[in-house]
Design a protein around this ligand. Structure first.
Ligand SMILES: Cc1ncc(COP(=O)(O)O)c(C=O)c1O
Length: 396
């Protein structure tokens, strides 16, 4: 049956939002109460400002599988899954058992344990660019450490970052993550816009912003900063702005341009690693970056990060060149969680199953969008997918 094409009526959107907010407030009085209390001791009442969403955040009591319960006892199907950190779902029985066992054997040694080696070997097996790897505790640490290493390897200070990408909250990369349109500058020559106060002016000078899917702009930027740039860091599939896929040949072009300018290429696979394919983006696109950064889903929900790549670059991590340190690095809980996640839970069958579900969901969304002629489109890759409020795919 043909229907009238849908046009978005802002007034109707406002009405629906108001109706849903009233219902949200009716169902979640205890979240409101604890949030009011939280604001006395925690800025915005939370521990990461990402969690402070209006009108107030849901406070969670527990979660299992795909289900999550709030403090008022409401149940939800969790499509958020900790910003994509839980491809394994919540409280997977194999992880619960393994982590209980590890807890009984001590949760922190700050000395190496064999699981660190086994997990490093599994990552090297999965991710083509990895010859060596080091563990840390978050995606932020992974990109921070990878960039320090790139600077040490090249002897240069500047880095190039893609507009709209997110690589964590350290100074170098907390720039132009979602800049205000008035501040963003021209599309092919974006400004470097700090996303937070408190970032030193020097940091801003050392981060040059390039547009996504624009190899000509990257070529020009690297020529203008000849001999100054240590690395280009990018989410090969840009996931900080919905899901933005690379144009055909774009990543290959980026690789050729960075090689020609003798600049390292770092793929931030914090979101894509193990979710878009068992071996991340480099399994989907035949492009070999020099370093990659991992975190989120590789640890099954435990705090973890990792960075690694070419052996000759990683070999700068020694007692006289690059320091890479951390009390919690390679801690036995996260290492155990990583091994169980990658070798027992995320088997080839599980990856295939998750990808199948993702495809099914995406095609159902496409069906609805087409049926109602909605100004939306769907992007899906591996276990990741989202519906975006734009008719056509955005490119940058
Ligand atoms: C691509 C990417 N890199 C780095 C990070 C930072 O990771 P973390 O929040 O673990 O510090 C994120 C977090 O969302 C991310 O999406």
């Amino acid at each position: 049956m043909l229907r009238e094409p849908v046009t978005i009526d802002p007034k109707r959107v406002e009405e629906i939002v108001a109706r849903e907010e009233a219902e949200f407030r009716r169902r979640t009085p205890r979240s409101l109460e604890i949030h009011e209390r939280a604001k006395a001791t925690l800025p915005l009442g939370v521990s990461s400002s990402f969690q402070a969403v209006p009108p107030y955040p849901l406070f969670i009591s527990h979660a299992e599988g795909s289900q999550i319960w709030d403090y008022d006892g409401n149940t939800y199907t969790d499509f958020h899954l900790a910003f994509g950190s839980l491809l394994v779902g919540h409280a997977h029985p194999l992880l619960v058992e393994a982590l209980r066992d590890q807890l009984g054997k001590g949760n922190l040694y700050s000395l190496p344990c064999p699981d660190t080696v086994f997990l490093a070997e599994e990552l090297v097996r999965r991710f083509a660019p990895l010859e060596q790897v080091r563990f840390c505790n978050s995606g932020t640490e992974a990109t921070m450490d990878a960039l320090r290493l790139a600077r040490a390897h090249t002897g240069r200070d500047k880095i190039v970052k893609i507009e709209g990408s997110y690589h964590g909250h350290h100074d170098t990369v907390l720039m132009s993550t979602k800049p205000a349109v008035e501040a963003a500058g021209p599309a092919d020559r974006p400004n470097t816009v700090p996303a937070s106060k408190g970032i030193p002016a020097d940091a801003r000078q050392n981060t040059v912003i390039a547009p996504y899917n624009d190899p000509e702009a990257l070529e020009r930027i690297l020529s203008e900063h000849k001999g100054e740039v240590a690395a280009v860091i990018m989410e090969a599939i840009l996931m900080n702005v919905g899901i933005m896929l690379p144009d055909e040949g774009y990543l290959k072009n980026v690789r050729e341009i960075t090689r020609r300018h003798d600049v390292l290429l770092i793929f931030d696979e914090v979101k894509t690693g193990v979710t878009v394919a068992p071996g991340g983006v480099t399994e989907l696109y035949p492009v070999e970056p020099d370093l990659i950064c991992l975190a989120k889903s590789i640890g099954g929900g435990m705090p973890i990060g990792a960075f690694g790549g070419r052996r000759d670059i990683m070999s700068h991590i020694n007692h006289s060149e690059v320091l890479h340190l951390g009390t919690f690095n390679g801690n036995p809980m996260s290492m155990r969680a990583g091994i169980v996640t990658l070798t027992q839970v995320l088997t080839s069958e599980t990856h295939a199953h998750a990808n199948g579900l993702s495809k099914q969901l995406a095609s159902a969304y496409v069906g609805i969008i087409e049926e109602f002629d909605m100004p939306m489109h769907v992007a899906q890759v591996g276990a990741k997918g989202c519906a975006m409020f734009r008719h056509q795919r955005a490119r940058n």
